[in-house]
Design a binder for this molecule. Structure first.
Ligand code: IVH
Length: 671
């Protein structure tokens, strides 16, 4: 049957349009259409192809949904071997690498292409005449497995090269990954289906790519980043690695935004130090950075030793996971009475820090992961997050491993523990009568973002509560240097410093004071919204009922209930009264909100500002009645841009939101 020219033209147009949307969504992270609009285009193409099967092309986006399951993967050999990288674990090893490179090239200083080291799995993509012909895993570097059908389902991978004169042969190399968010999502789904969870995004990506049924792969969200070229014929001649990456980017391959060029050892190490703190914020896992001699002739001159190139090195980050043994499980009581089981671990270094405790979150979590005392476990510490136990290594469970049971009474005050139906958290019911809750409440009250009383730390609070010198925050204001200096490890000087800090905290913004009270469900933002809504009048907030509180922006029924309940409680009212009697007065924001150009505007800060710390910028914006939020939307007033801005900048541009640099922000604040 002949295909009408109109149908063929429409199919070609749809294919181009859909692939364009794939590119915008999966590579640029800037979708133009809604999911529904995308689905409609896809459906139209599917229908067209069903009516005219001759129209089905291997590079049609409809073919990304997976092909018929196969029996086994075919073996393929790599024309250019896929080698590995040598590792450097510290700066000395990088220095030695740079020295070897400089000596071999006879150069004083070498330029390097620097990029993240993706923690996924390496693949090779072969394009012949511009069409994706074969995709393979790395395997042992010489022979891999043909996973073409699976790689076709990865929407970040172009099915064809956009250009009129495509090279006869181009082998693109890169890494298949699963984003952290997609990994969480997948594991949640696995859990709900009662199926096995994946240990980390890399395993999930590997497991998804090595599926004999590519429809399964299609159901998993994988992505791809290109970092090099293998075999080629008819591709442009590049002089530098960075040019080759530019070319791949132009051909619509995802290439790390974080890549850069660094000249000499100093800049290379600066790149490492810049990337290390970004690691937890990146949407995908990286386990280090890679430095490659940028000059390709130089690369060739350096060549290989055994299985790794001499021209490149992977500078690894400290591992975020390590194994240790659960020596015991203790229960900590938090500010709201929540009982948190904590694993006491044999000391182990994770991510460069010695870890001896890891949170187990709650009883359900312990049961789900089946963690027992005596177990060998994988401990994870990523960025500044509290270390946690990821999983048990079941094969190493000793015969005498013991299960954990949540105590029925509070381990600190012996009051009853309750766990309401449907909730996961068990709580001590004693409230502020429980010394543990009292201590936490005091620490919260004094914390930097609340009353900001410097020097009032854990050790001091422990003593003050244990000796019954302080029961409520109001008691803090009755302390004098004489009684403080009688405490352990308290010199006269530090005692008077603390008294001065307590005195200094008496002038405070109402929002901070409300936050300091530690009302359940009231964080900094809600505290600020309350103060603003009630015109900085504490009495009005204390007297508000649920209905009135619901008028405050972003306050829902649960939060309104917590607030009303808190101020209804006679004990709380009494403490507040005592605090006011002690001389606490509320300061107004520096300039009257409403008059400043910042007032009422929402700011998003992205990247590092040259002089202002993020906290400081936030404080100054808020002092003038502005708000700082994390994500860019139509409601954003300004995006403030520092060095290395992320995707937020692109989004601001797309939405036409004014963008400021630090100078611009300061001008606005000083106006
Ligand atoms: S270049 C001959 N660049 O690391 C040079 N590899 O240990 C080969 N990897 O198998 C690779 N990110 O899977 C290169 N930006 C990057 C990389 C990277 C991750 C992986 C790759 C390779 C392994 C080598």
């Amino acid at each position: 049957m002949r295909v009408p020219a109109r149908a063929a033209a429409r199919a070609a147009k749809l294919r181009a349009e859909i692939e364009g949307h794939n590119y915008r969504y999966h590579v640029l992270d800037e979708p133009l259409v809604t999911d529904a609009e995308y689905d409609a285009l896809m459906r139209e193409l599917q229908e067209l192809e069903a009516r005219h099967p001759e129209l089905v092309m291997p590079d049609s986006p409809t073919q990304r949904v997976g092909a018929a399951p196969s029996e086994a993967f075919k073996e393929v050999s790599h024309a250019v071997p896929m080698l590995s990288l040598n590792n450097a674990f510290d700066e000395q090893e990088v220095e030695a690498f740079d020295r070897r490179v400089r000596e071999a090239l006879g150069a004083e200083r070498v330029e390097y292409a620097v990029e993240p080291k993706f923690d996924g799995l390496a693949v090779s993509l072969i394009y012949e005449g511009g069409a994706l012909k074969r995709g393979a895993t790395r395997g042992d570097g010489y022979t891999g497995e043909d996973v073409t059908a699976n790689l076709r389902t990865v929407r970040a991978i172009p099915l064809g090269l956009t250009s009129r004169r495509a090279p006869r042969l181009l082998e693109v190399r890169g890494e298949v990954l699963m984003l952290k968010s997609d990994f969480e999502h997948l594991n949640r789904a696995q859990r709900e289906k009662g199926e096995k969870e994946f240990a980390n995004p890399r395993n999930a990506a590997a497991g998804s790519l090595r599926q004999l049924d590519s429809a399964v792969t299609a159901g998993r969200r994988l992505t791809f980043f290109a970092y090099g070229i293998g075999a080629q014929d008819g591709a442009p001649r590049f002089r530098r690695h960075s040019e080759l990456l530019d070319y791949l980017e132009e051909k619509r391959f995802p290439v790390a935004r974080e890549r850069a060029v660094a000249s000499g050892l100093r800049e290379v190490l600066e790149y490492y130090r810049r990337m290390a703190p970004k690691r937890p914020e990146l949407p995908y896992e990286i386990d280090g950075v890679v430095y490659k001699v940028n000059d390709l002739a130089g690369q060739e001159e350096l060549g290989f030793v055994s299985r790794a190139p001499r021209y490149a090195v992977a500078h690894k980050f400290p591992a975020e996971e390590a194994t240790s043994v659960v020596a015991g499980i203790e229960v900590q009581v938090g500010r709201t009475g929540a009982l948190t089981p904590v694993a006491r671990l044999d000391p182990v270094s994770v991510g460069g820090v010695t870890v001896t405790n890891a949170t187990l979150h709650n009883e359900d979590e312990i049961r789900r992961k089946d963690i027992r005392i005596g177990d060998t476990v994988v401990v994870r510490r990523a960025g500044d997050v509290i270390p946690e136990v990821v999983r048990v290594i079941a094969s190493r469970r000793p015969g005498n491993a013991r299960r954990f049971v949540m105590p029925a009474r509070c381990p600190v005050c012996n009051a009853a523990v309750e766990k309401p139906e449907g909730e996961v958290v068990a709580r001590c019911t004693a409230g502020l009568y429980c010394p543990a809750q009292r201590k936490q409440a005091l620490l919260h009250f004094a914390s930097r973002r609340a009353m900001d009383i410097e020097g009032l730390g854990e050790k001091l609070v422990d003593q003050l509560v244990d000796r019954k010198m302080v029961e409520t925050p109001a008691d803090l204001y009755r302390l004098d240097a004489g009684s403080l200096s009688a405490l352990e490890r308290m010199a006269e000087k530090s005692a008077s410093n603390i008294v001065a800090a307590i005195e200094g905290s008496k002038r405070v913004m109402l929002a901070r004071f409300i936050y300091a009270l530690g009302i359940r469900n009231v964080g900094e933002t809600t505290a600020r919204d309350l103060a603003r809504h009630f015109g900085d009048r504490l009495k009005a907030i204390m007297g508000a009922d649920d209905q009135t509180l619901l008028e405050v922006p972003d306050v829902g029924p649960v939060v309104a209930r917590s607030i009303a309940q808190f101020f209804h409680e006679p004990h709380n009212r009494k403490v507040i009264e005592q605090l006011l009697d002690a001389g606490i007065v509320f300061e107004r924001a520096a300039s009257q909100p409403g008059r400043s150009r910042v007032a009422g505007k929402t700011f998003v800060l992205t990247g590092t500002l040259p002089n202002l710390a993020r906290e400081e910028a936030k404080r100054r914006i808020e002092a003038q009645g502005g708000r700082v939020t994390g994500s860019v939307s139509k409601k954003t007033g300004y995006v403030v841009l520092g060095a290395d801005p992320g995707a937020k900048h692109d989004k601001a541009r797309k939405l036409g939101i004014p963008v400021l640099d630090e100078a611009g922000l300061l001008e606005l604040l000083n106006d």
